[in-house]
Design a protein around this ligand. Structure first.
Ligand SMILES: Nc1nc2c(ncn2[C@@H]2O[C@H](COP(=O)(O)OP(=O)(O)OP(=O)(O)O)[C@@H](O)[C@H]2O)c(=O)[nH]1
Ligand SMILES: [Mg+2]
Length: 250
């Protein structure tokens, strides 16, 4: 009889488990199919502009990159489902229509993604330009399921969260921008990079420094001045959260 201390294997799926059949697993190699970025952020925050700049940069440095626009009003998924058709046929508004389209995409993810990925090589870089509706990364599970699907296809996925620099001009906007980004972190559980967009529109870049390196006491007193006294405890808790650099930075 041979007693094993551990199993040494090549593993097909990412991430590999820490143990298998009750034995510690030592993984020599794991086939990663590809790398993907999920570009999210509030409506109009500059996601598509970022994707197009990234595309141009990669072309210049001769790296293969594919941008897939997940907005049902855009070309990539219009063949599968079109926002205009959904709104017209089901009598839905733009937001309800978008959620319907995304849920339809989720139901057909296997076939749609297989078609999309057909022409890509294993180590190509994929960037998903997402719609800006906040529901998609706050509570509707569509994007989370999309991410889980990519992981099952051996993709290493990270989030790029874009926030318009105009959120850094006022303490209440700052809190709401940070909370939306934090909710995406909690919902998607992915490596997460926050990027401030539209910096060219900031007149005085020093003002932004107060928010990039927040001094909790200063921002808290500013917030308390803006809000009724019964919110003081809540303000304090929120400020501790958003000013903790270990949790949230730009
Ligand atoms: N000044 C300035 N404008 C920008 C910048 N990035 C984007 N914009 C403008 O902001 C507007 C929205 O940009 P998009 O890239 O379409 O934003 P988005 O996040 O993809 O928008 P949705 O997909 O509708 O959520 C456009 O008019 C862009 O030209 C920037 O860095 N500076
Ligand atoms: Mg866009």
């Amino acid at each position: 009889m041979i007693l094993l201390d551990a199993l040494v294997v090549e593993w097909d799926h990412w991430p590999p488990p820490k143990s298998y059949l009750g034995l510690p697993l030592i993984v020599r190699g794991c086939s990663i199919m590809g790398f993907a970025q999920l570009v999210i952020g509030p409506a109009g925050s500059g996601k598509s502009t970022y994707c197009s700049s990234l595309y141009q940069h990669c072309e210049t440095v001769r790296r293969t990159i594919h941008i897939v626009n997940l907005d049902p009003a855009a070309e990539n998924i219009r063949e599968l489902i079109s926002l205009d058709d959904v709104m017209e046929e089901l009598g839905l508004g733009p937001n309800g229509g978008l959620i319907y389209c995304m849920e339809h995409l989720e139901e057909n993810l296997d076939d749609w993604l297989a078609d999309e990925l057909e022409n890509y090589l294993d180590d190509d870089y994929l960037v998903f330009d997402c719609p800006g509706q906040i529901e998609l990364f706050s509570h509707v599970p569509v994007l989370r399921n999309f991410v889980d699907h990519l992981k099952r296809k051996n993709f290493n996925v990270c989030v790029v969260y874009l926030l318009d620099s105009q959120f850094m001009t006022d303490v209440t906007k700052f809190i709401s921008g940070c909370m939306a980004s934090l909710s995406a972190m909690v919902q998607l559980e992915l490596p997460h990079v926050n990027i401030l967009s539209k910096m060219d529109l900031v007149k005085n870049k020093r003002d932004i420094g107060d928010y990039l390196n927040p001094e909790p006491r200063v921002l808290l007193s500013e917030l308390n001045e803006r809000m009724a006294p019964q919110f003081e405890k809540l303000n304090k808790a929120l400020m501790e959260l958003v000013s903790c650099k270990a949790i949230h930075t730009f």
